[in-house]
Design a binder for this molecule. Sequence first.
Ligand code: ACO
Ligand code: AKG
Length: 524
Amino acid sequence: MCRASLEREARRKDKVERALVTSVARCVIPDTGSMETVARCVNPTVSFLDLQRHLLILPKLHLSTRTEDTLPNNNTIDLDPRAFASTVDIMCGTCNGDTAGAAPPAANSTTDNAAPSASTSNGVYPAQGKPASSPYQLVQDYISNVGRFKIIESTLREGEQFANAFFDLETKIKIAKALDNFGVDYIELTSPVASQGSYDDCKAICQLGLKAKILTHVRCNMEDARKAVECGVNGVDLVIGTSSFLREYSHGKSMDMIKSTALEVIAYIKSKGIEVRFSSEDSFRSNLVDILHLYQACDKAGVDRVGVADTVGGATPRMVYDLIRTLRGCLILTLETHFHDDTGCAVANAHSALEAGATHVDTSVLGIGERNGITPLGALMARMVVTAPDYVKSKYNLKALKSLETLVADAVQVNIPFNNPVTGFCAFTHKAGIHAKAILANPSTYEIIDPHDFGMTRYVSINSRITGWNAVKARIEQLGLGSEFSDDQIKEVTAKIKQMADIRPLAIDDTDSIIRSYHLDLQV
Ligand SMILES: CC(=O)SCCNC(=O)CCNC(=O)[C@H](O)C(C)(C)COP(=O)(O)OP(=O)(O)OC[C@H]1O[C@@H](n2cnc3c(N)ncnc32)[C@H](O)[C@@H]1OP(=O)(O)O
Ligand SMILES: O=C(O)CCC(=O)C(=O)O
């Protein structure tokens, strides 16, 4: 029977039930030979095969169905039931909806078919159980970390790979202190193996006594790891490419060699009592099963974090969600993510990763890095202050963003882009008359971010032909002339501004002069 008829049959028999998914596995579907992700439920009547053969709707589990992946012997991978302990609708042709004997649902899961409660639809972070002040309806998700992520700030590592970057020690120290003042959790530095200067600077920054933990980023080999440890860092970020591109054309190592070296290096760093992270470069073009096994081995060896990198910036938010969710389901619980911005998805990908259960995001100020860079710190803050306002406002010193960006922009001799989230010169400028009227009445009408949270101010422009009388009235009031104009007179002066703005671009002095000259005429 085809999937659609099963679906119809299930609906007809009203056998829609909710079941708690306790685990998932990827296996070959006998009928089709394709590789799919399937789920096991607490309901004992819903067997593994039932779920393969009958319709399974997993709205929260956007899992991979990449057919090129191969599975180990028993066609399963160890999975973490907690990661998938969410309630899903399952239409099943064989079970009768009787959930007797089912294990109790996990905390935070819902077990009935009722519409979400008012608190949920109003935006509650289920993982934290605290109300959100975001006006957007958040997606309820047990595993999401949007309200408890950490930042690994890589301006002094990835950022040094930006074409224009040259940071002397004095500049590095200024940037490190500014990042610390902003409240980032970690500061990642260039490999001390890169040059004598990099080594000396790394040592010097470790001695600053910053609140943020200092990391350095090295190749996955013993010599690099030894140098890193010598510098006195709090942690070492190990990296090695796992895609066939990088295995063949970068370092030439097989997956087995990568694994044995990784385990040796991890053991060494751990023996020194400092944090160690293992990351696969080019994770999204790596074989899923390869990296699952590698990560699980590293996890078992006691790494503090596992890193996933979209090294060439080709991933989409859906792909990110898919991979991170799958890794979370495979007992990889502390997950760092690194997104390049080649296709403009770096911020969205970071958000998607957090929704899927990643714990750490790599950023750099203004996104500077190799090619066109990575997730920008400021843009990520803009995104996250909307998603998780309480967390972001209490944790990060948002008012320091502008000066931090200015410091880095000056150091690498670029301008802050005009359309940069939050700090771009027009990020809070409102111009069209319809917008201006509503903004003046209530800024939330056309602003999702409150500029004051970042120490910024909004600006309502009246210097154009698309302005309106409400905006002009506000300016007249600012000039202290409010009581001397009737609404009709304001409309008349607005017409004069538009007449002039049809001829040439206006500055605020021009519009003020039109207003003042009209006002003088009123006196005579
Ligand atoms: C995606 C990323 O951004 S990863 C981080 C990138 N960061 C850096 O490259 C740090 C700055 N780099 C450097 O200063 C230099 O490249 C160094 C000091 C690391 C190495 O310099 P060199 O010895 O001159 O080698 P080169 O840069 O030409 O090639 C890289 C070497 O590292 C090896 N390699 C590359 N990645 C890895 C890895 N993850 N683990 C182990 N070895 C690696 C390559 O096989 C190559 O080895 P080879 O000398 O046997 O050919
Ligand atoms: O170490 C990492 O996780 C990321 C390394 C990197 O810069 C990349 O893969 O683009």
